[in-house]
Structures are given as structure tokens and as C-alpha cells.
Design a protein around this ligand. Structure first.
Ligand SMILES: Nc1nc2c(ncn2[C@@H]2O[C@H](COP(=O)(O)OP(=O)(O)OP(=O)(O)O)[C@@H](O)[C@H]2O)c(=O)[nH]1
Ligand SMILES: [Mg+2]
Length: 329
């Protein structure tokens, strides 16, 4: 994501597929070489234009992980264990909450297909208000096609865990709560979970969720879960291919300000406006020839007559950009 840091931050581009490009600042207009100033009577012109400086912008570049599947859940539910079980990734696993402090990506291979899964730090109730590690990491799953909600099947109340999770996702906004999702009830190898599988299945169905009972430890149920995830990712990819976006984001070049203003200042006059300043910057005033060309252009722009109208008197100083000239031009 490319943000321009202006008075208010403005999104310039979302570079989300390989090869996408964006022009964030234009180089300065190039100068004309001396041969361009040649005329029948001036065969070896000694003047040439300098190029104008390029635009400057301040940007904020934000990296979003490009995962298609996001594992979200309360701390200790087994998200990292699940990622280890289905991919070659080796995120840290610990028997305590908040083991994962940074998002972790893993590639899951299924036959000829593969997909990228992101494991992110656990969420707890109030995360959207900054409780625990907060919801900041959720930005890494904003691009995913599908969210897998991992709940601890052996925990005190897996259905309530799911509800907490759904609430935090809604509070975070950005459409996360509207993404397709399914539930992975983990740790089904433990008796506390195994014994109430039927009961949990009914309760979760009532809560509107599509649930899979799995064990990251023994691998039970993981194949079914990943097959379903892969199906949905495939559908998402097909949808995206249809809505393919252009790969180059054009930037509209700001127009050169045409207005020219002559203002009286203490020592004389100041000429304001982009075009006169550009003429001086590109040609310089070092040589007589360059100076004559600048003056010719200023006259053409109407600067000389504007100064005359403003009451310029011989000897008055005329400031244009960084340069100072003397009236009459
Ligand atoms: N018995 C059993 N234990 C599991 C299973 N999956 C994870 N665990 C254990 O649960 C604990 C937490 O696992 P993690 O994978 O670190 O959990 P997490 O959801 O990534 O936790 P955070 O990163 O803290 O949010 C560890 O002690 C794991 O060994 C499972 O399927 N069965
Ligand atoms: Mg973890």
C-alpha cells in the first residue's frame, strides 16, 4: 500500500499483484539543449535550459502479507500448531497465551495447488480497544479470501470463544466480518473435546458456522479442513481473475499554475507564478544571451507590462523565484 503523507494521508496505490507499478512523483521537465536555440543569425547559441527539479513527495509504504487464508482465534487455541501441521512453516508453539507475537506465513501444498496461510497473534475480548496485543495484526488478514476461526475444543466454552472472535472482527471493521469463514475446532484428540464433539457440532451449527473438528497434534480432520479451504480459495481466485485490475496506476500530473501576479515589496516588486520562475530556473541569468532569452519570455508572458502597470520605476528590484533583476527588464 502506498500512502501519500499530505495534509491528510491519501492512498496512491495498492500494489497487490506482481508487476504492478505506480508513478508517485514526476521527474522535472527536461531542458532544451543549445542547438534548439539556433537561428539563422545565431548559429552557435551559448544558452541552454537546465532541467527543472522533480516533484518531491513523502510516502508511507505499508506491507500487507499476501495470504489467502487467515488463521484467527483466541490465544492458545492452536493456530500456530495448525500452521505447523499443514505447512512446512515452523512458527513457535507454546502452552501459554500470546506465544505468537508476529504474523507468520506458511505455504500449504495440495496436489498441484498451493495456498498461503497466515498465522497471526491471538485476539482476546476487547482487542479492538487495545486489550492484549490489540487488533493491529488483523490488517495482515484483510486481503485473505477466507478466515479460519480456530477454537480450543477442550476449552471451557468454545462457542463463546467463537462469539468473542466474531465480535472483535466486527469491531475491527474493514469488511473482515463479511469474509467467508469457517471454524476449526482444535484439540479434538483431548478427551474434554472428543466427548462433547456432537454437542459442540449442534451448537456451532446453530451459531451459523461451518465447523471442522481437527487435531493439530495428531493430524485428525486436517485433510477435510484444508480441502474445504482450498475449494473456497479456488473460487476466490476465479472471482479475482474475472475482476482483474489494470496493472499500472496512472498519476495525473498537476497542471502548472498559469496565474502570474506582480506584488509590491519593500525593495521593489515580486513576480509570483510558476511560469516566470521556471523560465529563470531553466535558463539562468549568468550570460547576456540567457538573460536576453529570459526577458524575451517574461515579456511574452506579460510580466513586463504587468510591472509597468504596477508602477515599476527605473532601478527597482524585480524578484522572480530566487533571482533578482532590475527594472527595466
Ligand atoms: N492436545 C493438543 N494440544 C494442542 C493442539 N494444538 C495445539 N496444542 C497445544 O496448545 C498450546 C497452544 O498452541 P499454539 O499453537 O501455540 O497456540 P496459538 O493459538 O498459536 O497461541 P498464540 O500464539 O498464543 O495465540 C500448545 O501447548 C500446543 O502444544 C492439539 O491439537 N491437541
Ligand atoms: Mg501462535
Amino acid at each position: 500500500m502506498v500512502w501519500q503523507m499530505d495534509v491528510r494521508e491519501r492512498l496512491l496505490a495498492d500494489l497487490c499483484s506482481p508487476g504492478m507499478r505506480v508513478v508517485v512523483a514526476q521527474g522535472g521537465q527536461g531542458g532544451k539543449g543549445n542547438t534548439r536555440f539556433a537561428t539563422a543569425t545565431r548559429q552557435t547559441p551559448r544558452i541552454a535550459e537546465r532541467g527543472l527539479p522533480g516533484e518531491e513527495v513523502r510516502l508511507r509504504l505499508e506491507l500487507r502479507l499476501l495470504a489467502e487464508v487467515g488463521l484467527v482465534g483466541l490465544p492458545n487455541a492452536g493456530k500456530s500448531s495448525l500452521l505447523r501441521a499443514v505447512s512446512a512453516a515452523k512458527p513457535k508453539v507454546g502452552a501459554y497465551p500470546f506465544t505468537t507475537l508476529e504474523p507468520y506465513l506458511g505455504v500449504v501444498e495440495r496436489g498441484y495447488e498451493s495456498l498461503v496461510v497466515a498465522d497471526i497473534p491471538g485476539l482476546i475480548e476487547g482487542a479492538h480497544k487495545g486489550v492484549g496485543l490489540g487488533t493491529g495484526f488483523l490488517r495482515h488478514v484483510r486481503r485473505t479470501q477466507i478466515l479460519v476461526h480456530v477454537v480450543d475444543g477442550a476449552g471451557p466454552d468454545p462457542v463463546d470463544d467463537l462469539q468473542v472472535l466474531r465480535k472483535e472482527l466486527s469491531a475491527f471493521g474493514h469488511g473482515l466480518a463479511d469474509k467467508p469463514w469457517l471454524v476449526a475446532v482444535n484439540k479434538i484428540d483431548l478427551p474434554e473435546a472428543g466427548e462433547r464433539q456432537a454437542e459442540l457440532a449442534t451448537a456451532l451449527r446453530a451459531a451459523g458456522s461451518d465447523s471442522y473438528f481437527v487435531s493439530a497434534l495428531t493430524g485428525e480432520g486436517l485433510d477435510d479442513l484444508m480441502a474445504s479451504v482450498m475449494d473456497r480459495v479456488r473460487q476466490g481466485r476465479e472471482r479475482e481473475a474475472k475482476e482483474a485490475r489494470p496493472t499500472v496506476v496512472p498519476m495525473v500530473r498537476p497542471k502548472v499554475e498559469q496565474k502570474i501576479e506582480v506584488v509590491r515589496v519593500e525593495e521593489g516588486f515580486e513576480v509570483r507564478g510558476e511560469r516566470p520562475a521556471q523560465a529563470v530556473a531553466m535558463l539562468g541569468l549568468e550570460s547576456e544571451e540567457a538573460r536576453a532569452e529570459v526577458v524575451r519570455r517574461l515579456r511574452r508572458m506579460g510580466v513586463a507590462s504587468a510591472l509597468r502597470r504596477a508602477g515599476a520605476a527605473p532601478g527597482d528590484l524585480v524578484r522572480i523565484g530566487k533571482a533578482e533583476l532590475e527594472w527595466p527588464l
